[in-house]
Design a protein around this ligand. Structure first.
Ligand code: SF4
Ligand code: SF4
Length: 150
């Protein structure tokens, strides 16, 4: 059975913040800090992977990454859909948006809650600083589209 006791963020807060403050894809390291597979997963797998934190190669982190969305030529450098592929294609160009953490089925919900409750203001302010930057046309477009839907 999948583990139901997830990592207590208080025990890992310092190292977690160090990971989140580093300009590099954070999902792989957040996965390693996690206690196991989410008990509520709905993937159709037969093997018992409880208590492990391996990358499932589901590609969620690759699909959600805004940097790879802006730079499809980088994404096309590999067919692999793992966190290692994310790290090799994004590297230090990571936007530090933390989206890859939120979509990974192998990252504990406790860590995701911490990111949403304690880090989102910082993420939004980082993205806000880039609005109007001529090098970031897609961010402007994204915001215009989001606002027009309200
Ligand atoms: S840009 Fe966002 S989704 Fe892409 S690797 Fe960095 S934190 Fe993850
Ligand atoms: S989202 Fe999927 S591919 Fe990315 S690190 Fe998590 S398990 Fe691996």
């Amino acid at each position: 059975m999948p583990q139901r006791i997830q990592t207590d963020v208080k025990d890992i807060e310092a190292v977690l913040n160090e990971i989140l403050n580093t300009k590099s894809p954070p999902v792989g390291r957040c996965r390693l800090l996690s206690s196991g597979f989410s008990p509520a997963h709905a993937l159709n797998i037969t093997e018992d992977i409880s208590g492990h934190k391996e990358c499932l190669g589901c590609g969620n982190c690759i699909d959600i990454c805004p940097f790879l969305s802006r730079e499809p030529s980088r994404r096309e450098k590999t067919e692999s859909r793992t966190s290692m592929a994310l790290e090799s294609t994004v590297g230090e160009d990571c936007d530090q948006c933390d989206a890859c953490i939120l979509v990974c089925p192998q990252v504990d919900t406790t860590i995701k809650h911490y990111v949403v409750n304690h880090r989102m203001l910082e993420v939004m302010s980082r993205l806000g600083e880039r609005i109007g930057d001529e090098d970031e046309p897609d961010l402007d477009l994204f915001l215009e589209e989001a606002l027009s839907q309200n």
